[in-house]
Design a protein around this ligand. Structure first.
Ligand code: PFF
Length: 434
C-alpha cells in the first residue's frame, strides 16, 4: 500500500518544494507591508527571535508526523488514534479556504504581468487598483486562471508536476530577485531604505507587534495547514528532517529579508510611504515603475517574481486536500484535481466579488474575503498547529533526544512541543477571537 504512494526524486527536490511552499506571497507581499506597519527594524528583530526560538518546533513536528506516518493529514492523525481523525479533516478544509482567498491575489498578479507587457500607461495606480478589483468579470477570470494553473501542475503528480514547477520557478525566482535587489540598491538614497530595515527604534516595540510577528511567522513558514506534513509524507529515504527544518527556515527568512531589501530602498528613494498596507505591492511599487526608464520591463520582472512565489506556495496549499481526496476516496489525481477546481472556484468567486458587487454581503460582519482570511489565519491555522504539536508531543512521543545530541536542547524541545508552543497558540487564538 505504502509503496504506491508517490515520493520525492531526491532530498534536493523535496527541499526546493518545501522552500517553494514557504516562500510565497507571505514573503514578498505580506512581510514588507506588515513590517512597514509595525515599525520596521524593531519588528524584524522580534520576528527573527520568534522564528528561531518558537517556530522551528511546530515546523519540525509537521515534517516529522508526515514522515513517520507516511499518510496524508486525515490518515496521519487517524493512525495515531482513530479518535483524532476529525482533527485531521481540519487541514484539507483549511487548505481549501486558504486557496480561495490566496488565489485571488494570484489573479491580481497575472493581471499586473499582462499590464506590464501591454506597456499600459496608468495615471493613478490607486484608483486603477480599486477599479480592477471591483470589476467582476476580469477579477474572477484572473482568479480562476491562477487556480487552473495551480491545479494543472498538481494534477501532473509529484515528480512531473510539483517538482517540475518548483525546479523551474524557484531558480527563476532567485535570479529575478537578485537582479531587482541590485537595481533597487543602485537608486539614489537607497541607504534610507536599508536604515529603515536595519536600524531599530526600540520605542516602537509593543504587544501587538509580537502578535503580528507570530502570525506572520506561522503563515510564511506554511505551518498549520498540513502542507509540510503532506510534503513530509513523501520523503522516502532516511534523511535528517532537522537539517531540512533549518534549511526551510533559513531560506524563507533570507528570501523575506531579500524582498525587504528589494522593496524598501526603492520606496525611500522615491519618497513614498512604507506603511501603505496591502496596497504596497499593487499601488506603491507600480508608481515607482511608472517613473523609471524601461519601467515596464522591471515591472514585468517583479510581477513574474511574485507569480513564481505564489504558484509554488499555491501548489502546496492545494496538495493538502488533493492528497486527502486521492488517498481517502481512492480516486485518481486528475479526478481529485477537477473536483477541487470546482470547489475552490465556487468559494473564490464570491470572495473575489466581495471587493465589488458583493461588498455589502457580510459573514460575521466581514466581507467574504476578510472572513476567509480571518477564519484561516486567526483560527484554523493556529488550531491545526496546536493539535499537531499536542499529538506529536503527547501521543506520537516525538522527543528531542531522538535527533538532538545536546541533552539540554533536547529537553527544551520537549518542553516547547508539549507545553510552551501549545500555550502560545492558545493565547494567539484567544487574542485573535477577542
Ligand atoms: N507560506 C506561504 C507564503 O508565505 O505565502 C503561504 C502558505 C503556503 C501558507 C502553504 C500555508 C501553507 F500551508
Amino acid at each position: 500500500m505504502e509503496d504506491n504512494r508517490p515520493s520525492w526524486s531526491s532530498r534536493l527536490t523535496f527541499i526546493l518544494a518545501a522552500v517553494g511552499s514557504a516562500v510565497g506571497l507571505g514573503n514578498i507581499w505580506r512581510f514588507p507591508y506588515i513590517m512597514g506597519q509595525n515599525g520596521g527594524a524593531v519588528f524584524l528583530i522580534v520576528y527573527l527571535a520568534l522564528i528561531l526560538t518558537i517556530c522551528f518546533i511546530p515546523l519540525f513536528a509537521e515534517l516529522a508526523v508526515g514522515k513517520i506516518t507516511k499518510k496524508e493529514c486525515i490518515g496521519a492523525f487517524e493512525s495515531v488514534n482513530p479518535k483524532f481523525k476529525f482533527l485531521g479533516f481540519l487541514n484539507p478544509l483549511t487548505g481549501v479556504l486558504v486557496a480561495s482567498f490566496y488565489f485571488i491575489v494570484g489573479g491580481w498578479i497575472i493581471n499586473y504581468i499582462a499590464l506590464s507587457f501591454a506597456q499600459a500607461r496608468i495615471e493613478d495606480y490607486s484608483s486603477y487598483f480599486v477599479s480592477f478589483i471591483q470589476n467582476s468579470v476580469s477579477a474572477c477570470g484572473f482568479t480562476l486562471i491562477f487556480l487552473f494553473i495551480c491545479v494543472w501542475f498538481t494534477a501532473r503528480g509529484i515528480k512531473r508536476g510539483i517538482e517540475f514547477a518548483n525546479n523551474v520557478m524557484m531558480p527563476m525566482f532567485a535570479v529575478i530577485l537578485l537582479g531587482l535587489i541590485i537595481f533597487s540598491l543602485t537608486l539614489p538614497n537607497a541607504h534610507l531604505g536599508l536604515e529603515y530595515m536595519f536600524k531599530p527604534d526600540f520605542s516602537k516595540i509593543n504587544a501587538h507587534m509580537f502578535l503580528a510577528a507570530l502570525g506572520q511567522a506561522l503563515f510564511t513558514l506554511s505551518i498549520g495547514m498540513g502542507a509540510l506534513l503532506t510534503y513530509g509524507s513523501y520523503i522516502k529515504e532516511d534523511k535528517s528532517i532537522l537539517k531540512s527544518t533549518y534549511t526551510i527556515i533559513f531560506s524563507d527568512t533570507l528570501f523575506a529579508l531579500m524582498a525587504g531589501i528589494m522593496i524598501f530602498p526603492a520606496i525611500f528613494s522615491f519618497g513614498l510611504e512604507p506603511n501603505s498596507g496591502a496596497g504596497l505591492v499593487f499601488i506603491t511599487i507600480p508608481q515607482i515603475f511608472a517613473q523609471i526608464p524601461y519601467g515596464n520591463i522591471v515591472s514585468a520582472a517583479f510581477f513574474i517574481l511574485l507569480f513564481a512565489a505564489a504558484i509554488t506556495s499555491g501548489i502546496s496549499i492545494i496538495e493538502v486536500p488533493i492528497a486527502s481526496m486521492v488517498e481517502r476516496l481512492k480516486i485518481s489525481r486528475t479526478k481529485a484535481c477537477t473536483i477541487l477546481f470546482f470547489i475552490i472556484g465556487l468559494i473564490s468567486v464570491p470572495a473575489t466579488l466581495s471587493f465589488g458587487v458583493l461588498e455589502n454581503f457580510k459573514l460575521c460582519g466581514k466581507t467574504v474575503f476578510d472572513f476567509l482570511d480571518f477564519t484561516t489565519s486567526s483560527i484554523l491555522m493556529p488550531l491545526n498547529a496546536l493539535f499537531l504539536c499536542l499529538i506529536a508531543g503527547w501521543f506520537l512521543k516525538i522527543r528531542g533526544n531522538h535527533f538532538i545530541q545536546n541533552k539540554f536542547f533536547a529537553f527544551l524541545f520537549d518542553i516547547g512541543l508539549k507545553f510552551v508552543i501549545p500555550v502560545i497558540l492558545v493565547a494567539l487564538l484567544y487574542i485573535g477571537l477577542k
